[in-house]
Ligand binder design. Structure first.
Ligand code: ZN
Length: 187
């Protein structure tokens, strides 16, 4: 079934959106922001689930470019627990999954996830949601970054010791830029 079953996404057009984003979206390298004004949130539980270096790096890049981490309040978490029991999805949801739905409920945000159980619970609570894999999602970006010396311009594949250039000793800083999905990379 296609379409935002939990209700229409807020805003539409170019209005800034508030989005709570499932882990898989971020680890796929995606960023659901379509404008700089869009606010994207994840939860501490999601951060805790990220283990691989490459994934940590991706998360760090997203945080450096504005991704916010916020824990839901107790009330919304309880509401999600109750809804998950009511829909029978309780056993299929991790603590991090429940946090994400609860934060979307708390912030009045749109939940971005392909997880059916999370979608079920969101619908039960009247939280608007969309699937990441759905073609309707606009403005999906991924970030690229690199370390570059502010002196000689040498590019480093990863953070150099003390963030110092091995050639000239100037500071090496991380630059981020984003490219639409499927397009060629470039600063
Ligand atoms: Zn240098």
């Amino acid at each position: 079934m296609a379409g935002p079953l939990g209700g229409p996404p807020q805003g539409g057009g170019n209005a800034p959106r508030t989005i709570v984003c499932d882990t898989s979206v971020l680890l796929a390298g995606g960023d659901p922001r379509s404008t700089a004004e869009d606010a994207v949130y994840i939860t501490p539980g999601v951060v805790g689930e990220v283990r691989r270096d490459e994934e940590r790096e991706r998360l760090e890049t997203l945080r450096a470019t504005g991704l916010a981490v916020r824990a839901p309040a107790a009330g919304p978490l309880t509401a999600v627990e109750q809804a998950a029991r009511a829909t029978g999805d309780h056993e299929r949801l991790s603590a991090a999954d429940k946090e994400l739905v609860a934060l979307a409920l708390e912030l009045g945000a749109e939940l971005l996830t392909d997880d059916r159980s999370m979608q079920n619970v969101a619908r039960h609570l009247g939280v608007p949601y969309r699937g990441f894999a759905q073609a309707e999602i606009q403005g999906l970006w991924h970030w690229q970054s690199r370390w570059r010396c502010t002196g000689c311009g040498k590019v480093y594949g990863k953070e150099p010791p003390r963030r110092e250039c091995a050639i000239c000793g100037h500071a090496v800083v991380k630059k981020h830029w984003r490219v639409p999905r499927g397009e060629a990379a470039g600063p």
